[in-house]
Design a binder for this molecule. Structure first.
Ligand SMILES: C[S@@+](CC[C@H](N)C(=O)[O-])C[C@H]1O[C@@H](n2cnc3c(N)ncnc32)[C@H](O)[C@@H]1O
Length: 207
């Protein structure tokens, strides 16, 4: 059900070989195989999650696959100062600022997702690519499935009305839009503007 969004999100993100990609709310690392295919052994995957249990499973996944280019960080992405996270990444051999980032089915779990988004952008270099994959009510013929979709989301702790891909729409350039599963899965990817323009946009929107 949810793999489709993952595949479309990473396709839209299009990370290049050798790049460092940040996977925000990485969970058990289900995105890692698709990211590794793109970035290769010279790239780096940085997984951030607040759950030690999820990260343990992600660590096992990386070990089993033999990926030694994966950095896993336990942190609350809304609460942790981005400078602290950048310092941890550097202390583990990565770059403080990443080339790309994605958040799949993660921001809708974070009540303060706008704050998390602002933190995320501070961990990215100018003109980095960023992708958000998340859920909304199904549309068209599939509207009948709305109660099912809502129940599944609330069971997992997600707010189906959050629509966090708005941040990509509001902040980025060169936006790619996609959807799957009768509109239930929404995919947005874009390019962050240079930091100065990004900060000006944030100030203008009062965030
Ligand atoms: C539904 S899972 C999605 C995991 C993964 N992105 C995927 O596509 O399979 C959401 C993840 O976000 C993490 N999470 C929720 N709030 C967080 C926060 N404030 N900071 C960091 N991680 C968070 C959870 O621990 C969980 O692993």
């Amino acid at each position: 059900m949810y793999r489709a969004g993952r595949v479309l999100g990473i396709t839209a993100l299009a990370p290049a070989p050798g790049q460092q990609v940040l996977d925000l709310g990485c969970g058990t690392g289900l995105n890692f195989p698709l990211l590794q295919q793109r970035t290769g052994p010279s790239g780096t995957i940085v997984g951030i999650d607040r759950s030690a249990r999820m990260l343990d499973l992600a660590r096992r996944r990386a070990a089993k696959a033999g990926w030694d280019n994966t950095i896993l960080i336990q942190a609350d992405a809304a609460e942790t100062d981005p400078a602290t996270i950048a310092a941890i990444i550097e202390s583990q051999g990565g770059k403080g600022l990443s080339d790309a980032a994605l958040a799949t089915y993660a921001l809708s779990l974070m009540p303060e997702w706008r704050k998390t988004w602002a933190h995320l952008t501070e961990l990215l270099r100018d003109e980095a690519r960023v992708a958000v994959v998340d859920m909304q009510d199904p549309v068209g013929w599939a509207r009948v499935l709305t109660p099912l979709a809502r129940a599944a989301c609330s069971l997992g702790g997600a707010d189906i009305t959050a629509h966090p891909w708005q941040a990509v729409e509001q902040t980025c350039n060169s936006i790619v839009r996609d959807s799957a599963r009768a509109g239930h899965l929404q995919i947005r990817a874009g390019t962050l503007p240079q930091a100065g323009r990004r900060n000006a946009g944030r100030a203008a929107s009062g965030k």
